[in-house]
Design a protein around this ligand. Structure first.
Ligand code: SF4
Ligand code: SF4
Length: 180
């Protein structure tokens, strides 16, 4: 990415409320230690902050970290500098979509797209369909591996087998269209 575009994207990134607080990160690593998915991320939350400050937003957006974030807010709650790292992840997702910069490992991105498709259809998540959509787009053989777990969840009434639409689904779809 050319440096000018990189700087422009970084300035846009900082426009979220409290985005400028990125400069107050003390690199303590509490966010990475608190993150339940850090082990699966190519770059930990602490490293993401360091990379952004080093003008490496292109690499940040191409790593799997942004789309692997589960939005659990542990990093945000525990950051001693008051940095809302989860919001940073959302802003990076928006910027990645806007500038069409995709991660090399697209599984997290595909899961997010399948989730949006499912919500668009029912107005809420429907896990069995989400898993089918995701596995069809990634590796169908994984789907067969999770069938026993799915059956267990169904038999213990933890997962529905039929979907249900929320009332006013048309309004939700209209809102989603506007957001697009
Ligand atoms: S917990 Fe906060 S201050 Fe510490 S490295 Fe993470 S973002 Fe920076
Ligand atoms: S919000 Fe995302 S980055 Fe922060 S701890 Fe949770 S999964 Fe990790």
């Amino acid at each position: 990415m050319n440096p000018e575009l990189s700087r422009k994207i970084f300035e846009e990134f900082k426009k979220i409320p409290a985005g400028e607080k990125i400069n107050e990160c003390i690199q303590c690593g509490t966010c990475s230690a608190s993150c339940p998915v850090a082990a699966a991320m190519e770059n930990t939350p602490r490293k993401i902050i360091a990379m952004l400050r080093a003008d490496r937003i292109d690499e940040v957006l191409k790593s799997n970290t942004v789309w692997f974030c589960a939005s659990c807010y542990s990093c945000t709650v525990r950051c001693p500098a008051g940095i809302k790292f989860t919001d940073f992840m959302y802003q990076l997702k928006r910027i990645g979509v806007k500038y069409r910069i995709k991660p090399k490992n697209k599984n997290g991105l595909k899961l997010a797209q399948c989730f949006c498709d499912t919500v668009n259809k029912y107005g809420r998540d429907f896990e069995p369909e989400l898993l089918i959509r995701y596995n069809l787009r990634t590796n169908i053989f994984n789907f067969f591996k999770i069938i026993p777990l799915g059956l267990k969840l169904f038999l213990t009434k933890r997962m529905p087998i039929f979907p249900s639409k929320v009332k006013g689904i048309k309004n939700i779809r209209k809102s989603l269209e506007k957001i697009k």
